[in-house]
Design a protein around this ligand. Structure first.
Ligand SMILES: Cc1ncc(COP(=O)(O)O)c(C=O)c1O
Length: 348
């Protein structure tokens, strides 16, 4: 599918997807109300749908994945607590330090291959005030990410996720899953979504990444936590009015764009395999488990490679000085992958 203007192959991110004509039609037809008053029927439908899919009691629709993660943190911690996450997680790297500025939390970081934590690593990094002679903060929330974006889009083994949640709960910590690309993990692993998130107290999913909606994320959890999250959403300025127009795009995405994620995964792995055979680049093929390809540039800087690719009509994102990222999504076709492979070949 292309359905979007321009002839560039835009592999910078799956966030560049644009609403397709049938999605726009669903948005135009949406029944709306005032969601801050709680009477937008389409928002209520979206929230109930996502809560049902993930087996949780309640859900709240928010403008972004960043807000979703941070109202989850704010609702499950007190000022001065500590949260725990992977060193390369989105919550730590790319959310402006909101865990500190908005929630007043410190952060304990866990290392691990492919952006993934191990249960032992989590156990080791949990700090508790009790027994520390008042020296440690109290870790109250463990946050995992699936798929793990900076881990190459890798997907956790279910056993690892379950054990991380068990370790967290045994240590009196709540558990949050940043599932910005949860459905990529579901499609890539074949695990049922409700089963995948069973151990998590809260889960955030994004509608505006691979699922192709223009805006929006949904946070799910128990009634009390989601009720607190609604309050923090309002506090952070995320209360929206006739947001049924946006929720309709989300419902359309959930109904039509989940199964097709497998096409993105196949295209990403085709691209990864071809690039990994080129001398100037390396790809850790084992980590390519969903729609992303992190490419190590062995000879030139990421900036130079990205600019050569751009001059051939292919856009990638520069992740570090030596790594570029290419992401397959709704608007990327088989022909685009062929074009991208040629552009990488010519950019060595
Ligand atoms: C893993 C992950 N979590 C959260 C987010 C934040 O989403 P948003 O850009 O909607 O704030 C992103 C964005 O790319 C992401 O990759």
């Amino acid at each position: 599918m292309r359905d979007y203007p321009g002839d560039r192959v835009d592999l910078r991110s799956d966030t560049v997807t644009q609403p397709t004509p049938p999605m726009r039609e669903a948005m135009a037809k949406a029944a709306v109300g005032d969601d801050v008053w709680g009477d937008d029927p389409t928002v209520i439908q979206l929230e109930n749908t996502v809560a049902g899919m993930l087996g949780k009691d309640a859900a709240v629709f928010v403008p972004s994945g960043t807000m979703s993660n941070n109202i989850a943190i704010k609702s499950q911690t007190n000022h001065g607590d500590e949260i725990l996450t992977h060193r390369n997680s989105h919550i730590y790297l790319w959310e402006s330090g909101a865990y500190a500025s908005l929630a007043g939390c410190s952060i304990s970081l866990v290392d691990g291959d492919w952006g993934q934590m191990t249960p032992a690593g989590v156990q080791q990094a949990i700090r508790k005030t009790a027994g520390s002679n008042y020296h440690f903060p109290d870790c109250k929330l463990v946050c995992a990410e699936n798929t793990a974006n900076v881990g190459g889009g890798s997907i956790y083994e279910q056993k690892t996720l379950d054990e991380i949640c068990q370790v967290a709960h045994e240590n009196d910590c709540r558990t949050h899953l940043d599932g910005a690309r949860l459905f990529n993990a579901v499609i890539g692993s074949g695990v049922d979504p409700e089963r995948m998130v069973r151990g998590f107290d809260t889960v955030s999913i994004c509608l505006s990444k691979g699922l192709g909606a223009p805006v929006g994320s949904v946070l799910v959890g128990d009634l009390e936590t989601i009720s607190k999250s609604r309050w923090w959403r309002k506090t952070f300025g995320g209360g929206m009015r006739q947001s049924g127009i946006l929720a309709a795009a989300g419902i359309y995405a959930l109904e039509n764009n989940i199964d097709r994620l497998s096409e993105d995964h196949i295209r990403a792995s085709r691209l990864a395999e071809a690039i990994s055979r080129m001398n100037s680049f390396s790809v850790e093929l084992g980590a390519v488990q969903s729609n992303m390809v992190y490419v190590q540039c062995n000879e030139d800087s990421a900036k130079e490679v990205a600019s050569r690719l751009a001059s051939r009509g292919v856009d990638v994102s520069e992740e570090t000085d030596s790594i570029v990222r290419a992401v397959a999504h709704l608007h990327i076709t088989d022909e685009d992958i062929v074009r991208a492979i040629e552009a990488f070949e010519q950019s060595q």
